[in-house]
Write a protein that binds this ligand. Sequence first.
Ligand SMILES: [Mg+2]
Length: 237
Amino acid sequence: MKQLLLFDIDGTLVRGGPAKNVFQDALVRIYGTAGPIDAWEFSGKTDPQIARELLREAGLPDDEIDRGLPRLWDHYLVGLEAGLREFPMELLPGVSALLRALEALQEAGEVALGLVTGNLARGAELKLGSAGIRLSLDVGGFGSDHEERDALPGIALTRARSMLGRSFKAREVVVIGDTPRDVACGRAHGTRTVAVATGSYGVDVLTATGADHVIESFSETEQVLRLFLPEGKGRAA
Ligand SMILES: [Mg+2]
């Protein structure tokens, strides 16, 4: 395996779904408030980070927030599973063909695939499953692992080492996402970064983050694969 590709989920592979409403319902049920959720920026943040920000804004102290989190996640995940049956996630353009191509490369030993996402691990599984995507969760960093996104690539790399029996150098890793926070978490670990403008940020904003590559979407499979392959290999062909 020459490259480890770590994908974000929302805005990168899929969009839509019921998560925000389910999250709001769960917050209100456990804490009595969802804070300023309608005005709040979710993109690129971890689920625990969003919960803490909203509840702090509502005036709750951290110890009270922490006490409620296990029950919050229980309610959220039950609601998410039910909600996704009615409102499944929608695949973003080109994702289906891209993942088919990547699975073939994975079977050929060219790449390893994983996730770096602010979703809880179980939330990631539910969301991807609703869109018909089966990516292994074994190599991943999730919001349920750490509240700060910048910590997640390191967690994914540790899992990759134990699952795949191989250490990846930073430049053999590509963090792929749709927000400046995705790029920042990759850059914090020295990985390559690919930003895709299918979430709530456009090409200009993503380019200003210093991402190695910025693309409009995953529609052009061959072009995207060249970005993911080792430096120089695709361009020389
Ligand atoms: Mg995202």
